[in-house]
Design a protein around this ligand. Structure first.
Ligand code: DQA
Length: 150
């Protein structure tokens, strides 16, 4: 059975494409989802993308992932830097978790350097734009053993 990766996107990521394109690029979340879906299919995986501007939705979805998904990719947006609730939810999950950011958070303002999500993630990719989601899928395919040549 095809394993499904849940891809969670936090606040303001619905505005990608028009939001500070000099930082986040011109890809929309829909185009990142499209490219990720194609990459996942080639890797023997499926993806489900979700976005919310609400912290509680992200916590609920992480809890849901514990029971129904093979792995998580999380770009929590600004909640990355503030949310102990999201960290606690992620710590309760025993599936693989990869953190993704479009921008290089370590080159930006000091308050973006700390990530609560990182404390629960197996790995983190930042600064490579939407391509980071595809790289996260590559890594998960290896971890989950979905690659045909594995
Ligand atoms: C972001 C980085 C965060 O600091 C910011 O709040 C975002 C997007 C990124 O993908 O680069 O909303 O997670």
């Amino acid at each position: 059975m095809t394993k499904t990766v849940l891809v969670l996107n936090g606040p303001n990521l619905n505005l990608l494409g028009t939001r500070e394109p000099e930082i986040y690029g011109s890809d929309t979340l829909a185009s990142i989802e499209d490219a990720s879906r194609k990459r996942a299919e080639n890797l023997g995986l499926a993806v489900e993308f979700r976005q919310s501007n609400t912290e509680g939705d992200l916590v609920d979805w992480v809890q849901e992932a514990r029971l129904s998904y093979a792995a998580l990719i999380v770009n929590a947006g600004a909640y990355t830097h503030t949310s102990v609730a999201l960290l606690d939810a992620l710590l309760a999950v025993d599936i693989p978790v990869i953190e993704v950011h479009l921008s290089n958070i370590n080159q930006r303002e000091e308050f973006r350097h700390h990530s609560y999500v990182s404390k629960a993630a197996d790995g983190m990719i930042c600064g490579l734009g939407g391509f980071g989601y595809e790289l996260a899928l590559e890594s998960l395919a290896r971890t989950l053993g979905s690659l045909k040549e594995d």
